[in-house]
Design a protein around this ligand. Structure first.
Ligand code: 3H9
Length: 687
């Protein structure tokens, strides 16, 4: 017998066993519709005297991604997930969860409320709520430790990590692994439950022992590793409540969950979750992608090596071996971090070819140029590529600032030319700006998006301007930091303030890492175009001229020993002081909030101009650029999300007050005034 409730849950009976199949694409998110349908299906089977055991399962891609993240921040509609799970938990008939693919968050909580859990061998389970600024809010923090013990539950819940099937079995989360089709495995487990081969258990009847040592160690670790985040510590508190009687523990967990739900950390992390998935809404979405089988990378420097895993072309024969070693080391790193399987690693090594013969690009479907930033060198190269490359090949430049239209004009096929701006280290950083030039063909854009997604990276569409989205914003953020330095804040204070805000590194530490000589070359290139009334800080140039190129030189703003920062560089501090004296500036003090406000406001103002100028398609794309390419703290959601939190009125007031000191730098973007007048948010522009 088969019956469908609202078509998102299917009920079926197999003798004395009742089956509930979740069927709500794309991810079986447990929003109110699916919760209600499961609840009704369960009640139907529970009240059926012919049914003795109930199986919950799914035959799609996976069991479920958990609660519907779109509902967060909205009023909870009954039946809530805890209410549904309470019914399953209290069932007189054994309820079995047959899991495959993934069961995350509320989905694992649902399984934990069942009396048996069986999992496919490839299953991954987890309670990733902390990654969304939350903690498990439907009993997960109470039921998981009852199965695994406190220490392991703390590890799983406070990290939010995936737990593979084998580990889930070994730690008591699963009662059995299976290779059979999930429906068959569920029925078989139900039969075994009825015959006593498997023993159904109510998780909440189990007892958890206290483990003060594990809790203390976790607290110290979390405070040291993630000081800016609240959710992991609150999650720890919730897990430790599992030693209380179940009803008290559940009440405590729910209260902590609701507290986090109302917070900015949750809002920022959920925004980041959707930002990662939102950038594919491009006008070229329906264009047909070209087939990419062979990719050639030209340039064996840091960027080329980071990008290349197939054909690498380096013009200087002497540098080929170094480039090859770089790619091999990156592949080895991916293998040891578990990002590549043994087979994948061997295949990638087998495919790798390094040569100085440019003509080899004739075989490639996509060529990525990653030579040094010089427009003449790039246009000359593209001129040659036009001759050598096969028809239909995509010719991409990895330029960070230069004019892709000019590069495209050096060929007779500008429709095949596009910018693919990878971020260093390219084999690690997830952002790729896809720079669409005036004549780039739609299928070329669609192909680039598909390829970047396939690489597991985040593609963001931009059009041509100096610095595209990310470097344009970075330039203004850096200027705000440089002005603060001239006006009296120390570079250590500025770095500390922004690190406390959540950046992994402050701007001056980043400069040291990136190399002061690289940034100076960009500034030198732009000297002629710099407006005469622009305030220019010489400090970085002077530090660079003193041979302090940053971490690679052992000294920059800071001193380094074997690559580790050891102290501020007194030489750099002297240069700052001398420059202030030369300009007749009396140093002022800036507290941390003021430092963050100025840097963030400069960043937001430029981000708004990027949107206003049509460089980015949507505000959320700008946030994705900052989150996945520039280390913007994930829990802060990105500059446009921050702009919505601060609001246009306050931002305008702030910019206008800073403008009394420097009207050239601090200007209110027209779009920000429009938002204020129309009472709209940047989130509204994402639709
Ligand atoms: C929770 O459960 C709280 C409870 O403790 C408490 C309750 C009281 N909701 O990633 P994909 C969308 S917190 C809504 O590209 P994949 C996603 O936006 C939740 N939507 O696919 C995308 O939409 P679009 C804890 C969701 O195959 C589409 O589905 N759970 C959700 O690469 C496809 O997603 C998590 O944190 C959701 N829960 O990866 C799990 N999940 O097509 C979060 C996805 O419009 N999800 N969407 O862009 C994941 O980790 C991955 O999505 C998953 C699939 C591995 C499941």
């Amino acid at each position: 017998m088969k019956d469908k409730i609202e078509a998102i849950v299917e009920i079926e009976t197999e003798g004395e066993i009742g089956l509930i199949r979740l069927a709500k694409p794309p991810v079986n998110a447990l929003g109110v519709a699916l919760r209600t349908a499961v609840y009704e299906a369960y009640n139907t089977l529970s009240n059926d005297p012919g049914i003795r055991a109930i199986v919950l399962y799914d035959e799609g891609r996976f069991f479920s991604a958990g609660a519907d993240i779109n509902d967060f921040g909205k009023a909870d509609i009954e039946p809530t997930l805890p209410q549904v799970l309470k019914s399953l938990n209290n069932s007189k008939k054994p309820v079995i969860a047959a899991l495959h693919g993934v069961a995350f968050g509320g989905a694992l909580e649902m399984a934990l409320a069942c009396h048996l859990r069986v999992g496919a061998t490839g299953l991954r389970v987890g309670l990733p709520e902390v990654k969304l600024g939350l903690l498990p809010g439907a009993g997960g923090a109470q039921r998981l430790p009852r199965l695994t013990g406190l220490a392991r539950a703390i590890d799983i819940i406070c990290s939010g990590r995936d737990v593979p099937a084998k580990e889930a079995l070994a730690t008591g989360i699963l009662d059995r692994l299976f290779d059979a089709p999930v429906r068959d495995a569920g029925i078989s487990a139900a039969r075994d439950a009825l015959t006593g081969t498997l023993e159904p258990k109510r998780t909440d009847a189990l007892v958890v022992s206290e483990d003060p040592g594990a809790a203390k160690a976790a607290r110290i670790g979390l405070q040291a590793k993630r000081p800016a985040l609240r959710a992991p510590l609150k999650a720890l508190e919730a897990v430790c409540s599992a030693t209380l009687p179940i009803e008290q523990g559940l009440a405590k967990e729910r209260a902590l969950f609701m507290e986090l739900m109302a917070g900015e950390e949750r809002a920022g992390l959920v925004h980041a979750f959707f930002a990662e998935r939102a950038t594919g809404r491009i006008p070229e979405r329906d264009a047909e992608s070209r087939t990419i089988k062979k990719v050639a990378v030209i340039g064996g420097g840091t960027m080329g090596v980071g990008i290349a895993t197939t054909l690498l072309i380096e013009a200087q024969a002497a540098r080929i071996e170094t480039a090859r070693n770089g790619v091999v080391a990156n592949l080895g790193g991916a293998l040891s971090r578990g990002k590549l399987s043994d087979e994948g690693h061997a295949a990638a090594l087998g495919r790798l070819e390094c040569t100085d013969v440019l003509e080899k690009v004739a075989e490639a479907d996509l060529v990525i140029e990653a030579i040094f930033e010089d427009i003449t060198a790039k246009t000359m190269l593209f001129n040659k590529l036009d001759v050598v490359c096969k028809s239909g090949a995509i010719l991409a430049t990895n330029t960070s600032y230069l004019d892709v239209n000019e590069i495209a004009a050096a060929t007779n096929r500008p429709e095949d030319v596009i910018g693919l701006h990878f971020f260093s280290p390219a084999h690690v950083m997830r952002l790729v700006e896809i720079v669409v030039a005036k004549k780039t063909a739609p299928e070329c854009v669609a192909t680039a998006f598909a390829l970047v997604c396939k690489l597991g990276k985040v593609p963001v569409r931009a059009v041509v301007c100096d610095g595209f989205i990310g470097n344009r914003i970075l330039t203004q953020y850096r200027r705000a930091a440089d002005y603060l330095l001239l006006d009296g804040a120390s570079f250590t204070e500025i770095d500390a303030a922004l690190e406390e805000f959540g950046f992994a590194m402050g701007p001056f530490s980043v400069s040291d890492l990136a190399g002061l000589d690289i940034a100076k070359a960009t500034r030198d290139r732009k000297t002629a175009a710099r407006p005469s009334d622009e305030r220019y800080s010489n400090v970085a140039d002077l530090i660079c001229d003193a041979g302090c190129f940053g971490r690679k030189a052992g000294q920059g703003y800071y001193l380094y020993e074997t690559g580790k920062k050891v102290a501020p560089n007194p030489g750099a501090e002297r240069i700052v002081e001398a420059e202030r004296r030369k300009l007749g500036l009396t140093p002022r003090t800036f507290d941390r909030d003021e430092i963050v406000a100025r840097c963030l406001t400069a960043m937001i103002a430029e981000a708004v101009r990027v949107q206003q100028d049509g460089i980015a398609l949507h505000p959320v794309d700008i946030d994705a650029v900052e989150l996945f390419g520039y280390g913007f703290p994930r829990h802060r959601g990105g500059p446009m999300h921050q702009a919505d939190l601060i609001g246009p009125t306050k931002l305008i007031r702030q910019i206008e007050s800073y403008a009394t000191e420097d009207p050239q730098f601090w200007q209110v973007p027209a779009l920000l005034r429009d938002m204020q007048c129309e009472g709209r948010s940047f989130a509204d522009l994402n639709d």
